[in-house]
Each structure stands twice: as structure tokens, then as C-alpha cells.
Design a binder for this molecule. Structure first.
Ligand code: FE2
Ligand code: FE2
Length: 371
């Protein structure tokens, strides 16, 4: 162990066990108590030691399983017919990384999932298909490839595929493990089964999505973005514009945060999201920060080095960076850009004043690849 993390120093728990202490500990257990110094160094490590591990899931493999699931169970039986990502370091939490859940959902034409609401915030990143839609708080939102959609916590939502559509597949992201860990998880079913649609189709992204403009006297006062959908074409156009005007960020290339247009903040209370563009051949420098990140390759191919391990990725693969693990990204195509969508628990981390970030300074800012 690195000397700076030795527990054999004044200020850390370093009590040596003996017979008298052992019997004292046994006695404490009889009263549902314990000696803090027995557990202190584990429950308060010197720095974050996420049990989740860096991991990569190939879309080719996951897609096969999702398509198989379509023939195995109905949405009525499964409620949410999803193949979820199970991080080997967080199996007990059904987490993709940290306190974030994620999975891939597939539906065929004519199918519709029952409307429900839950304490977890949810988001969706569309991969493929035709005719997919989601209904959020009685607003119907049509979905297209690489669109980003939010379903904030506590809000009714359901989704389906039009009769004349095609099999549609998307990634779901929720903070289910967080809501569960905080003993704050509620789940409700809509009394009518499906939500009545009370507004013109696609109204909110039109009303609130004009660049730099908000309707006079708008009355949006909810603690989440009114932009239930962030369409891919406008997102990509914004990234390309920023690319022309700046050098971007040394750790993330050209990166933009999906925001609530009312206040410029995160899209939801507990989860945020970014889209980033890596220019042809770009290799970012490594950094690490608190907060867990789930990446979805929206465009292109390349690799990321996460905690010293190299993970190659291509379109629609998913990979994760646990909290406080070094990471850097490389677009291996020198002639075209690559785009990474990502979502995170940063709004929660920031509200708790837990955010911390550090640059990797050795070896020109690049990690040694150990495996
Ligand atoms: Fe849901
Ligand atoms: Fe990062």
C-alpha cells in the first residue's frame, strides 16, 4: 500500500486486538452496538474506493439478448422488458456503476408499456427503430436515433411503438440504487393504465427549445427541465459549432452539458447528462473526479483507458467510469469525429458538496496501460 495511505499513524484507528478487547466487542454485540475503531478505517477510507469496476458492454452482444427477450416475455408480464447492465463490483445493487442503474429496452410495433411513476429519476437514449414514443406527464414525445429524453422523478411516464413502426431499442438510465439506498423508493401505477395525452405532440421541446429564447410569461416552475427531449440533430450541430470556436477541454474534448433552459442547471435533480465530441484522432488527457459516469457511444469508434485498463468501443457500446478512477478517451479514427453521450449522478454529488476533481500529471497526462 502507498505509504500516504498507511493506517499506522496517529489519527487513524490502530488498536491491536487482545483477549479483553475481544470479549468487550462480544458484549457490545449483545446490545447492538460496536466499537467505532474496529470499522472506522473501512467506513471512512482515505479516498473513495468504489466497489464498482470499470467495465464495457458490447452493443452487438446486448442487442442479441434484447431481441431474444422480445420473444420471451411481454411488456404486460415484465412491465419493463429490459436487459440491464450488472457491474461485477455492484451485483448486490443491480447497478451499472456506483448508485446508477442502466439497461437496454426493446419493443416491437404495437406494444405499449403500462404508465407508472417512481422516486428514481429516469432518462432514455434512443439507439434504433421507428415509431417509438414516450409519454411524460401527459405530453407525447416522438423519439429518434440518439435523442436524449428525460422522465423526472415522480412524473407519470409510459412508452410504446406505433403499429406501423419497427422494433425500437433504447438505453434506460435511472438512479434506482440511490433511491433504494436512501430508503426513499416509491413506485405507482397510473389508475387508467395509460396516460391520456393532453397536449399537442412534441409541444415542450418546441416551446422551450429555441436557442436563447423563452416564451414571455412562461410559468414553468418544476424542479426539472421542461425539455423532455433533446434531439440529436440540434445537439450535434451545437457540438460542431463549439468545435469551430474553441479548443475544448483537455480531459473531454468538445463537451456540452444538457441543461434546463429555465436556469441553466442540470436537467433533473439527481442525474445529469453530457454529449461530447472527440475530434478525429483526438486523445484526451486523464483526470478523475467524484461521481459515477455511464457512457454510450453515440458515434464513431475508439477506446478509453479507465483505471489503467484499455476498453475499445464502437457505436452504441456502453462503458462506465466509477467515482475517483482515472480516465481518458481516444478517437481512433483520424478522419471523423466520435461522440460520447454520458449520464451521471453529479447533481447529487454537487448538492452534497462531494465534488472533487484531479488531473493526472505523470507521463504527459496519460495513464500506463496495465492490462
Ligand atoms: Fe419508469
Ligand atoms: Fe471525466
Amino acid at each position: 500500500m502507498d505509504d500516504k495511505f498507511s493506517d499506522e499513524v496517529l489519527g487513524r484507528a490502530r488498536v491491536k486486538n487482545n483477549e479483553k478487547l475481544a470479549s468487550f466487542y462480544d458484549d457490545l454485540k449483545n446490545y447492538s452496538t460496536g466499537a467505532l475503531w474496529e470499522v472506522a478505517n473501512d467506513i471512512e477510507p482515505w479516498e473513495p474506493a468504489a466497489p464498482s469496476v470499470p467495465y464495457h458492454w458490447s452493443y452487438e452482444v446486448t442487442r442479441k439478448h434484447v431481441v431474444q427477450s422480445i420473444d420471451l416475455v411481454t411488456p404486460e408480464e415484465a412491465a419493463r422488458r429490459v436487459v440491464y447492465f450488472s457491474n461485477p463490483g455492484a451485483l448486490d445493487k443491480s447497478a451499472c456503476v456506483g448508485w446508477l442503474y442502466s439497461g437496454i429496452q426493446g419493443m416491437k410495433p404495437g406494444e405499449r408499456a403500462p404508465a407508472h411513476a417512481h422516486s428514481s429519476s429516469a432518462l432514455r437514449f434512443i439507439i434504433e427503430g421507428k415509431g417509438a414514443y414516450t409519454v411524460v406527464d401527459h405530453h407525447k414525445v416522438p423519439l429518434g436515433g440518439n435523442d436524449f429524453v428525460i422522465t423526472p422523478n415522480g412524473v407519470w411516464h409510459d412508452h410504446g411503438i406505433a403499429e406501423d413502426g419497427e422494433i425500437s431499442i433504447w438505453q434506460d438510465g435511472l438512479d434506482i440504487p440511490l433511491a433504494k439506498a436512501m430508503d426513499a423508493s416509491f413506485y405507482s401505477l397510473h389508475p387508467e393504465g395509460y396516460q391520456p395525452i393532453d397536449f399537442p405532440i412534441g409541444d415542450l421541446p418546441t416551446i422551450y427549445g429555441a436557442p436563447g429564447l423563452l416564451p414571455v410569461n412562461h410559468n414553468w416552475d418544476k424542479p426539472y427541465s421542461p425539455m423532455f427531449k433533446y434531439p440529436w440533430d440540434k445537439t450535434y450541430e451545437a457540438l460542431k459549432g463549439l468545435e469551430q470556436m474553441t479548443d475544448g477541454c483537455e480531459f473531454d474534448g468538445i463537451i456540452m452539458r444538457y441543461t434546463n433552459p429555465i436556469n441553466g442547471g442540470h436537467v433533473m435533480s439527481t442525474m445529469g447528462a453530457h454529449m461530447q465530441l472527440l475530434r478525429g484522432g483526438e486523445h484526451t488527457k486523464a483526470h478523475r473526479h467524484t461521481g459515477s459516469i455511464v457512457y454510450h457511444v453515440a458515434k464513431g469508434q475508439g477506446y478509453s483507458v479507465i483505471g489503467g485498463k484499455k476498453f475499445e468501443w464502437k457505436e452504441h457500446d456502453v462503458f462506465v467510469v466509477p467515482s475517483w478512477v482515472w480516465h481518458e478517451h481516444c478517437n481512433t479514427n483520424s478522419k471523423d469525429d466520435a461522440c460520447l453521450f454520458s449520464f451521471n449522478d453529479l447533481p447529487t454529488i454537487e448538492k452534497m458538496n462531494f465534488y472533487r476533481e484531479e488531473a493526472y500529471t505523470e507521463n504527459g497526462g496519460h495513464q500506463e496501460i496495465v492490462a
